[in-house]
Design a protein around this ligand. Structure first.
Ligand code: SF4
Length: 229
């Protein structure tokens, strides 16, 4: 079982060895990205340096428990998954995340990383599918975007925009054109839950013939805001 301790929740950098601070590990259907609908094990790491206005995982900012890499892998294998997603919080805020991603790939899983785009992704194992946000102005965290990360993305990766309103949509549209992002990788548009009407967003995408994929959060349609779903 876990070696949970009452260490400060905001101290993931205090990890020693290969330990990581983990909020939860659970098995569900992938709700976003190109593997939406596929049974997946999620490893949610604790802590995030950002505070997006629409964040629905604030419970992962603090708390969690320390786990060694072997224990994490043991928890994963019990679900016999094909897909494993490392998420947060911001997983890359913990330095041992890189070794965990490598170990999951070595174990034969198809691994994806959900990351805010605010931290460097160039050291992530190339076998990992990076699903990287570009934070829109509506998130309140757009100034944290690390645009150098675009050079580290390949055709297997995905860029996600959470659209809060028309201004966000136009911002994303302009960014896609300026950086020719459709030539880099798949582009995902998610309407911010309760702020952007999905049908309206779909109409805008069609009007502009944008080379993006509209995604609705499948897990929220199935289970609402329930945790570990
Ligand atoms: S980066 Fe993700 S986890 Fe962090 S505040 Fe933003 S939405 Fe929440």
């Amino acid at each position: 079982m876990s070696n949970a301790r009452s260490l400060p929740a905001d101290a993931p950098s205090a990890a020693t060895g290969d330990r990581l601070r983990i909020t939860e590990i659970f098995y569900s259907l992938q709700g976003e990205s190109l593997t939406s609908g596929c049974p997946t094990v999620f490893i949610r790491l604790t802590g995030c340096p950002l505070r997006c206005g629409y964040c629905d995982t604030g419970y992962a900012f603090q708390g969690g428990e320390w786990m060694g890499q072997a224990e994490i892998l043991e928890r994963v294998v019990g679900h016999r998954p094909r897909y494993v997603t490392v998420t947060g919080g911001e997983p890359l805020a913990q330095r041992n995340c890189l070794a965990l991603l490598r170990a999951l790939c070595d174990a034969g899983y198809t691994v994806s990383l959900e990351t805010s785009g605010a931290l460097a992704v160039d050291a992530v194992d190339p076998r990992v599918v990076k699903v990287m946000d570009l934070k829109t102005p509506g998130s309140g965290e757009a100034e944290k975007n690390r645009y150098e990360n675009l050079d580290a993305l390949g055709h297997n990766d995905q860029i996600k925009f959470v659209i809060c309103d028309r201004a966000d949509y136009e911002w994303a549209r302009e960014l896609i054109a300026r950086h020719r992002l459709s030539e880099v990788c798949e582009l995902l548009f998610s309407p911010s839950h309760g702020r952007q009407d999905p049908t309206q967003l779909a109409e805008w995408i069609l009007e502009d013939r944008l080379p993006v994929r509209l995604q609705l959060q499948l897990h929220k349609q199935l289970w609402g805001n329930a945790r570990a779903r």
